[in-house]
Design a binder for this molecule. Structure first.
Ligand SMILES: Cc1ncc(COP(=O)(O)O)c(C=O)c1O
Length: 383
């Protein structure tokens, strides 16, 4: 039976949604009650009882299990990172790419994904940007693959226009051709269902401060352990299979952990990981498919409204090609972002307009308020 979508109830869980017309979840999530309570619990236990570090670590491991199940992975395949950039850099350096190898990427994709690979130039690895059309799938990418193409890296959802790419078919192409595939799911996860087995990548990385609802400073990296040769560029005690109990590093104890722990470096963002556990409980309670469907419906309403105003949508319109929650309206950002801010409507400047991005708590009234404010401004410009 389909769950009913209680958006009014969710607005109580995201109180700022009742004060601001918040259309900027693609920038960062406003804090929700369960995340705030979890962070307060962390602060209280640290402040009042000097904190049970082992208990916090247990909670982090519980979050690792929840996150793994959320993306159809096993906990052994998940490393916690600082953010997407760190996840992408770990991945780029773990693939064993050599001088003369090439990495394919999409022109204009997120720089935090691209630079990680561009930096491999110091090892003689080249990167090539291929044009980004509205739809990217395996057949499209195949035409650019050369003999020396050893990896492809791309985003699931683009931040600047809301494309939703068919990463599963690119993953199939990569498996057929023996090419590594790395996917940045930062802009999609939490709203678009992510199934790492269906994607079939070597690595999938993300931060957690958008659809996963926690403050900045936590990310993760999924590692497909079939690619057992993948090795970290850095080491720490936790990276090895048997971290020395006496805290003395020895040359005969450098065997890497068999799990994704081999990619983790030093102490963790424990409050972030604990908050992520609470956020995942909320997302699972609402249902990621329900969040996706809700955002698609709001997106349809927004597109119809923009059409009526004669404002062009940048990026795909079709549900098959667009993400549920990211829409760019071709309105000059320099003028419109500050204007909307004054009207208590929060959006982001984007390269071709203003980005309206939705979260699980967004509602039809948010869309209608944006459209009404935009209509009034357009009318005043025309007058
Ligand atoms: C596709 C994508 N990748 C990465 C990032 C951010 O990278 P990081 O988590 O390293 O700050 C963003 C947005 O902030 C994004 O939209």
């Amino acid at each position: 039976m389909a769950k009913s979508y209680d958006v009014a109830g969710l607005r109580d869980v995201f109180p700022s949604s009742k004060k601001i017309t918040y259309l900027d979840s693609g920038f960062q999530a406003p804090m929700c009650v369960p995340v705030k309570e979890k962070l307060e619990q962390f602060i209280a236990s640290s402040f009042e009882d000097a904190g049970p570090k082992s208990g916090w670590i247990d909670e982090m491991e519980e979050t690792r299990r929840k996150l793994a199940s959320f993306i159809n992975a096993s906990p052994e395949e998940i490393a916690f990172t600082k953010n997407t950039s760190e996840a992408m850099n770990i991945a780029a350096n773990a693939l064993g790419l050599k001088e003369g190898d090439e990495v394919l990427m999409l022109e204009g994709d997120h720089p935090n994904n691209a630079y990680a690979f561009m930096n491999l130039a110091q090892n003689g690895v080249s990167t090539r940007f291929v044009p980004m059309p509205e739809r990217v799938d395996g057949a499209y990418v195949a035409q650019y693959v050369q003999d020396n193409t050893k990896a492809i890296s791309m985003s699931l959802v683009t931040f600047h226009a809301g494309h939703l790419f068919d990463v599963a078919s690119v993953g199939r192409l990569c498996r057929e051709r023996g090419i590594h595939f790395v996917v940045d799911v930062m802009q999609g996860i939490g709203v678009t269902p992510v199934d790492v087995k269906a994607i079939g990548a070597t690595f999938v990385g993300s931060g957690t401060h958008k659809g996963l609802l926690v403050p900045q400073g936590l990310g993760f990296l999924y590692w497909n352990r079939e690619f057992a040769d993948a090795k970290p560029a850095y080491m720490a005690a936790i990276t090895v299979e048997n971290p020395p109990a006496d805290f003395i590093a020895r040359h005969d104890n450098m065997a890497l952990a068999a799990t994704a722990r081999r990619f983790e470096i030093g102490n963790f963002n424990l409050p972030g990981a604990m908050a992520l556990g609470a956020a995942l409980d909320l997302i699972n309670e609402v249902g990621v498919h329900e969040i996706e469907a809700h955002c698609y419906d709001l997106g349809d309403r927004l597109i119809a409204g923009l059409d009526k105003l004669g404002v062009k949508l940048v990026g795909p319109r079709d549900r098959k090609a667009r993400a549920p929650h990211i829409y760019v309206a071709a309105l000059p950002a320099d003028e419109w972002v500050p204007f909307l801010e004054r009207m208590n409507v929060r959006v982001s400047p984007e390269r071709d307009g203003i980005r309206i991005s939705l979260g699980m708590f967004s509602d039809a009234a948010d869309i209608d308020r944006f459209l009404k404010v935009a209509d009034e401004k357009l009318a005043s410009i025309a007058a």
